[in-house]
Design a binder for this molecule. Structure first.
Ligand SMILES: Nc1ncnc2c1ncn2[C@@H]1O[C@H](COP(=O)(O)OP(=O)(O)OP(=O)(O)O)[C@@H](O)[C@H]1O
Ligand SMILES: [Mg+2]
Length: 112
């Protein structure tokens, strides 16, 4: 099992949710985050002084899937969230040791 964390533009929230439902992911968690990437924000004037505005609102999807689903989900995320402009976001994949469905005590792939 793997956890796919995708940080995307807020405008991609609804389209990505729909696209993920269409490929039958079992569950997902979505949160609002603030962050920066390679560009470390941008410069703005505030009360006459130049200040660095260094984080931007983004949306984070966390999706735990079985190993055989990973490539498909990555493709869906890239296809749905890519504009080609800086700030499109990033995908991080990490191993998940165990999943437990609390209601039934089931664990492993069937609990995802
Ligand atoms: N190395 C990282 N670690 C944790 N979060 C990151 C990292 N890189 C990007 N993020 C998150 O992803 C968001 C979008 O990153 P962004 O797309 O700007 O990455 P980038 O590397 O600067 O790529 P680009 O050059 O296309 O802008 C950031 O605001 C931050 O929330
Ligand atoms: Mg960037």
């Amino acid at each position: 099992m793997k956890k796919i964390e995708a940080i995307v533009r807020p405008s991609r929230l609804e389209p990505l949710k729909e696209a993920l439902f269409a490929v039958e992911v079992k569950g997902m968690s979505i949160s609002e985050v603030h962050g920066c990437g390679n560009q470390h924000g941008w410069k703005e004037y505030y009360r006459g002084s130049e200040v660095i505005v260094n984080t931007l609102p983004k949306v984070k999807f966390e999706i735990v899937v079985t190993d055989d689903q990973v490539n498909e989900i990555i493709q869906v995320i890239v296809k749905t969230a890519q504009t080609g402009q800086v700030g499109d976001g990033k995908i991080f994949i990490t191993p998940v040791e165990q999943v437990v469905r609390i209601r039934t005590s089931e664990s492993g792939n069937i609990a995802v």
